[in-house]
Design a protein around this ligand. Structure first.
Ligand SMILES: O=C(O)C1CCN(c2ccc(-c3cc(CO)ccc3Cl)cn2)CC1
Length: 317
């Protein structure tokens, strides 16, 4: 049996923060942010954590599909901003929706997390599971250094996901997943201090998000373009890339010689939501009627970011 995406859903926090609002909090401007990133606003939690956002998505997926929670065989959450080290966000979601038959785990691959998780979920279906839920969810606002304008203006909170089910038709056509730990220090977040009386080592990192923008920019233009080239086909209808920066997407489209209008974007009102960005874009594009489940449209999903990780999946809907 094959796997097929049968439902999509999303949830973003109510609190919308405009570029202008940020310009009253730090030395930045709407002009700088929107011209350099394409971002005009983002949504930021005030009293929710990642498991809350993901649980809202889970409830929406069940409501839209008519599936019962106890039908779920597995739940995978892709996140770099979990509530806890343990329990996983996926387990917290499982508890919240009483998916009593499911096994649940998180995937840590930053902005490529949803692509990695979808790839794993597809294999679980192909080896016999019947129904899975795969969610990308982040509360990046809790790990940002809000005094560092170079990162604080780029990121947003949100969650979105899909149901995948066993199918007789083949929908997942090709994938290429990659990582490079040697370059991992270019984007870090969530370092945990060791306070043991025995520890004499140094503190390596920061709990806050730190990014060497130049390195990530160059990586995205070079490694990510090469990755897409390995799986893309001439009749691809749309490419849904991780929504990190409008200029990088324009540069990738030029380098690939693929028309810009095939690259869907939504960073304008979400900011960079890391593992949530691709499923947010997928659900929004379906709601807008640009993409339809069951249409046989051919799309590419490409994530790229912390790890460093990057990867693409070519699939038909
Ligand atoms: O000066 C400028 O133009 C600045 C230059 C620095 N910028 C960056 C740099 C890197 C990213 C980024 C982040 C991730 C992680 O999700 C993945 C992929 C990318 Cl390309 C986003 N923005 C903002 C505009």
């Amino acid at each position: 049996q094959y796997a097929k995406i049968t439902c999509t859903g999303r949830y973003v926090p109510e609190n919308t923060v405009s570029n202008h609002q940020l310009s009253t909090m730090m030395d930045t401007s709407d002009e700088w942010i929107s011209s350099r990133t394409g971002i005009r606003s983002r949504n930021v939690v005030t009293n929710e954590n990642t498991s809350d956002l993901c649980s809202k998505v889970a409830e929406k997926l069940l409501e839209k599909s008519g599936k019962k929670a106890e039908e779920l065989d597995f739940i995978i959450v892709a996140t770099m901003t979990p509530d806890y080290g343990t329990p996983s966000v996926a387990c917290l979601v499982q508890g919240n929706i009483s998916a009593t038959q499911a096994f649940a785990f998180d995937v840590s691959a930053a902005c490529t997390g949803f692509v990695y998780a979808l790839s794993v979920g597809e294999k679980l279906i192909r080896t016999g599971q019947k129904l899975g839920m795969i969610i990308g969810g982040e509360t990046l606002s809790k790990v940002l250094d809000w005094n560092d304008r170079s990162t604080a203006v780029l990121f947003g909170d949100g969650a979105a996901g899909v149901l995948i089910e066993a199918s007789n038709e083949e929908h997942f056509l090709k994938e290429k997943l990659q990582s490079d730990g040697k370059r991992g220090k270019s984007l870090t977040s969530g370092y945990v201090e060791n306070n043991s009386p025995f520890y004499t080592g140094t503190s390596e990192g920061s709990a806050y998000m730190q990014m060497v923008g130049r390195d990530i920019y160059d990586f995205s233009l070079n490694d990510v373009t090469n990755n897409i080239e390995k799986i893309i086909e001439d009749d691809v209808d749309y490419l849904l890339l991780h929504q990190a920066n409008k200029r990088i997407i324009e540069k990738i489209s030029k380098k690939l010689k693929v028309p810009r209008e095939k690259f869907l974007t939504n960073m304008e009102y979400n900011g960079n939501t890391s593992g949530a960005s691709i499923p947010l874009l997928l659900d929004e594009s379906i709601e807008k009627g640009i993409i339809q489940l069951g249409s046989n449209q051919k799309i590419v999903l490409t994530g790229y970011g912390g790890g460093l990780t990057w990867g693409s999946i070519l699939l038909t809907l």
